[in-house]
Design a binder for this molecule. Structure first.
Ligand SMILES: Nc1ncnc2c1ncn2[C@@H]1O[C@H](COP(=O)(O)OP(=O)(O)OP(=O)(O)O)[C@@H](O)[C@H]1O
Length: 359
């Protein structure tokens, strides 16, 4: 199905804070990531039509939500929103909360039974909000937002108040929404792991501006963004596909742009997607291919760039396979021993501790 994107170019001025943000929300999950106070919630509120002082344009396909001449009120924008707290109507049962949204839906929207099943709230329909756990309440809030028939779902840190186990349960439900219901999702989070797990694209915000937008691997692998991401060493994200299982050795074989990798300890099926987070400390450089090593993954690499760092450390940018970039952090002495120079061919051994994230 062809789902029109939401395009925006917005500005808002407050004392000590200015939002100036333009972008596109295509289908899939778009994460909005940035430090506290950078304007993530404000951007969502502007998109939803809750900020009276917000100027600029928003269009959903051919429909103008906001322009110099038009200003659709929040209830006409077909936007569903879920916050950190569920904000259910306390005096209505779960069924009545959902029914309230369903009756007031704008245009066509997802089927009641499908939403109730997808969010696993059948068993909660006759309960009261006060008797729900935090995770249950958020699942009901997500179901309620979907039942309003939104063209865009805006989620403002919906899992921030939940424990690890509840987050693990709900993340896949959110990840499935765009495909199952043909509704793009914008997801605000402080957690880069949630971005890696959930998002197809990410917008990085800083001081009211969108500094970068693009695929998660592209934005997170860019050195310009590492300090905002809190990386301690050069770090890249690789998209990987499970191609096979080696049951004899309990290994999973992954296809990446750098070539095939064999990793243990994964509970995944062929066809599944993963993201690998590879830091410069996961990479060991050697001049020739070792005949035997405890590290199973050896990639043929070419040196691209060498950056000297204080305290005798060198960061080496490398290319492997069909252009995948990786970095190695080594000492200056090791760099001299390897006769490092741009264009030199080496082998990179990848430590098995590389972080793998189901996506
Ligand atoms: N109602 C308000 N009135 C005045 N200033 C506000 C209001 N809400 C937020 N601000 C300010 O606007 C700026 C952006 O706030 P916003 O809540 O959008 O940031 P955020 O990135 O969502 O932060 P966090 O991650 O902490 O939720 C901040 O400087 C904040 O102090």
């Amino acid at each position: 199905m062809n789902i029109p994107p939401v395009e925006f170019d917005l500005a808002l001025q407050r004392d000590g804070f200015a939002l100036k943000a333009a972008g596109v929300v295509p289908t899939g999950v778009t994460a909005v990531f940035g430090r506290s106070g950078c304007g993530k919630t404000t951007l969502l509120r502007c998109l939803a039509g809750f900020e009276a002082g917000c100027t600029g344009q928003i269009r959903h396909g051919d429909v103008v939500w906001q322009s110099a001449r038009v200003r659709q009120p929040a209830h006409r924008r077909r936007v569903g929103m879920v916050f950190q707290d569920a904000r259910l109507f306390a005096h209505l049962s779960v069924r009545q909360n959902l029914g309230y949204a369903y009756k007031r839906r704008r245009g066509r929207g997802p089927d009641w039974h499908e939403v109730v099943a997808a969010l696993g709230v059948e068993g909660l329909l006759d309960r009261w909000p006060a008797a729900l756990s935090g995770g249950e309440a958020q699942r009901v809030a997500l179901a309620r937002a979907l039942l309003t028939g939104p063209a865009l779902l805006l989620l403002d840190e919906p899992l921030a108040a939940l424990d690890y186990g509840r987050r693990r349960e709900i993340l896949p439900l959110i990840a499935g929404i765009p495909e199952r219901f043909s509704i793009p999702v914008v997801y605000v989070t402080h957690s880069r792991y949630e971005v890696l797990e959930l998002a197809d694209r990410v917008m990085l915000m800083e001081r009211g501006n969108i500094q970068a937008a693009g695929s998660v691997s592209e934005v997170f692998s860019n050195p310009d963004h590492w300090s905002l991401l809190g990386n301690m060493a050069p770090t890249v994200i690789w998209d990987a596909q499970v191609v096979a299982r080696d049951n004899d050795w309990g290994l999973t074989i992954l296809a990446t742009d750098a070539g095939r990798l064999r990793l243990g300890g994964l509970d995944v099926r062929p066809g599944q997607s993963l993201r690998l987070r590879l830091t410069a400390r996961d990479v060991v450089l050697v001049p020739g291919q070792p005949a035997v090593s405890s590290l199973l993954n050896t990639l043929s690499v070419q040196v691209d760039e060498i950056n000297d760092y204080p305290r005798g450390v060198v960061h080496v940018r490398l290319r492997a396979g069909s252009g995948a970039v990786l970095w190695a952090e080594i000492t200056r002495q090791a760099a001299a021993g390897l006769r490092l120079a741009s264009g030199r061919r080496l082998y990179a051994l990848i430590r098995p501790q590389v972080l793998r994230i189901n996506h």
